[in-house]
Write a protein that binds this ligand. Structure first.
Ligand code: GDP
Length: 527
């Protein structure tokens, strides 16, 4: 295949994630999107919530009990002449590093809002990350079939609380709870939606002329038309450059549960969503899409399938053509790495993948020596920048009282560290058998404990510590702070960084003034 063919394949890719506050409808819209497209590889263990056939990988017992998606998988489907890669993100309320790592591997995000709730805490954080990382965001206002806020009010919220200018692509006819359809602002016609029985198939859509829409929907239609005119007058219209710079966000309205507005969302993703672009290496030099194969690992997952004890490294292809079986170089060690077991889909069934292009995600099975952030390449060396490590806000001790399991315990902790589930800290004082876990959200501790108990059969006890922030220090700082009351010094296993943990900002401030000259740098939070 020639280089131009690789570029052509890359240009067909749309790689994105759906992000939202829990319960906004992420699982529902994922199913709805897949329904409108043809799924190339269906995520294996398919357990929809509420008995609905789902497509979101949902393999962990804890996940099923809680009805939340803790882990990420990938769904690939064909739509029009494009290949769409939908990366799943954890759906729980906690700030999770995992979500942010997934966002390093996408070219675009779809932000889902609940029409009745508007912006929720997790939405605000995620929008902020997207804006900071310049990830273009398409906003889908969901649940328009139920009473909710006014459309203009929702736009105001987006603009005033997030600072991204909303530019509607579709506009609802009928208030939330009385949804007739949308005005497609680009085609300049109304699309009327009708439910299919049970909502399990694509909605019935009818394009209406202005006269027919006015006749059928009277005041609801004329109000929508007036609002559309208002938007045009206030320049809330789409501008591709501003969208790609994450300054504006195209907005669509719909109801995922009835498949209303989902086709319009897919069309917007294909027409406005960016294809992969050359990624900068550590030195800021972009690697062309048609350069030899390269990619980076953004996620590691162990024991995805109880039937195969294994570890899968998820790699985003950044350049070139990937072919299963090719021998590539592992950037960190410089060693060759065979890709015989590359796979595309995860769950209980797996498809092997034969080739992949920029924008695609591949799963490398039994890649035990790969870590998050590692680069792989063929022919021409490249190192992609390390993925951000977030500043922890929660700390807990973890231990096992079963001394016969000490070795397994250490192995399990190392595994969770490699996967980036939690940050693992050690202190001389506590010793190797008493690591301290640090995370941005406390739910990661539950995930860690659950996995140690279930995958490693190690009984563990987790006790929260009262620290709430950490700063990076050096060897001298570590020595000086060792005796400071309320402060503890740790070494982070991941990168040997020396961290000092504090119960609160007030304590940090008194330390700064009492221990003049001591190094206390904020940790990279990247937000
Ligand atoms: P997630 O936590 O974001 O994955 O949310 P789910 O997809 O599980 O949806 C949460 C709840 O909202 C479920 O009961 C869905 O049936 C419901 N839901 C999702 N989309 C819609 C919608 O468009 N309209 C209504 N009325 N309910 C919806």
């Amino acid at each position: 295949m020639s280089d131009s063919a690789v570029t052509a394949e890359a240009n067909k890719r749309r790689t994105f994630a759906v992000i939202s506050h829990p319960d906004a409808g992420k699982s529902t819209i994922t199913e709805a999107l897949a329904l409108h497209a043809s799924v190339i590889g269906e995520a294996g263990a398919v357990h929809g919530k509420g008995g609905r056939k789902g497509v979101v990988s949902d393999w962990m017992a804890m996940e099923q009990q809680r009805g939340i998606s803790i882990t990420s998988a990938v769904l690939q489907f064909a739509y029009r002449d494009c290949v769409v890669n939908l990366l799943d993100t954890p759906g729980h309320a906690d700030f999770s590093e995992d979500t942010y790592r997934v966002l390093t591997a996408v070219d675009c995000a779809v932000m889902l809002l609940d029409a009745a709730k508007g912006l929720e805490p997790q939405t605000l954080k995620l929008f902020e990350v997207c804006r900071h990382r310049r990830i273009p965001v398409i906003t889908f206002i969901n649940k328009w079939d139920r009473p909710g806020m006014a459309a203009l009010e929702l736009l105001d919220e987006i603009e005033s609380r997030i600072g991204m200018r909303p530019t509607p692509v579709t506009w609802p006819v009928g208030v939330a709870g009385d949804f007739h359809g949308v005005i497609d602002l680009r085609a300049e016609h109304m699309v009327h939606f009708e439910r299919t029985p049970g909502g399990s198939r694509a909605a019935i859509e009818e394009v209406l002329t202005d006269a027919v829409a006015a006749d059928r929907f009277g005041e609801d239609y004329s109000t929508a038309v007036e609002e559309v005119e208002l938007l045009a007058a206030s320049e809330q219209t789409h501008d591709q450059k501003l969208f790609l710079d994450a300054v504006t966000t195209p907005v669509l309205f719909g109801a995922a549960v009835a498949n209303f507005g989902v086709r319009q969302l897919l069309d917007t993703l294909i027409e406005l969503g960016p294809p992969p672009s050359p990624l900068d290496d550590v030195d800021g030099r972009p690697r062309d899409l048609d350069a030899p194969f390269s990619g980076f690992v953004f996620k590691i997952q162990a024991n995805m399938n109880p039937a195969h004890r294994d570890q899968v490294a998820f790699l985003r292809v950044c350049s070139g053509r990937f072919e299963r079986g090719m021998v590539v170089t592992h950037g960190t060690t410089g060693r060759p790495f065979t890709t015989k077991y590359a796979q595309s889909m995860f769950g209980s069934s797996r498809d092997t993948i034969d080739q992949a292009f920029p924008g695609d995600v591949i799963g490398l099975v039994n890649a035990t020596n790969l870590s998050i952030g590692d680069s792989l390449y063929s022919d021409r060396k490249v190192s992609y920048p390390q993925l951000p490590s977030y500043a922890p806000e929660h700390f807990a001790t973890i231990r096992t009282d079963d001394t016969s399991k000490a070795k397994r315990f250490r192995k399990g902790i190392a595994q969770l560290d490699a996967e980036g589930v939690v940050q693992v800290l050690y202190s001389d004082l506590r010793g190797e058998q008493s690591p301290v876990l640090a995370a941005v959200g406390p739910m990661q501790f539950e995930v860690a404990a659950h996995r140690l108990r279930n995958e490693f059969s190690v009984p563990v006890t987790v006790d929260n510590l009262s620290f709430s922030l950490a700063r990076r220090t050096d060897a001298e700082g570590a020595t000086r702070l060792r005796t400071a009351p309320g402060v503890e010094v740790f070494t982070r296993a991941r990168d040997n960084a020396i961290l000092a943990a504090f119960p609160n900002r007030w304590r940090l401030q008194t330390i700064v003034s009492d221990y003049a000259g001591v190094m206390l740098e904020p940790l990279l939070a990247d937000t």
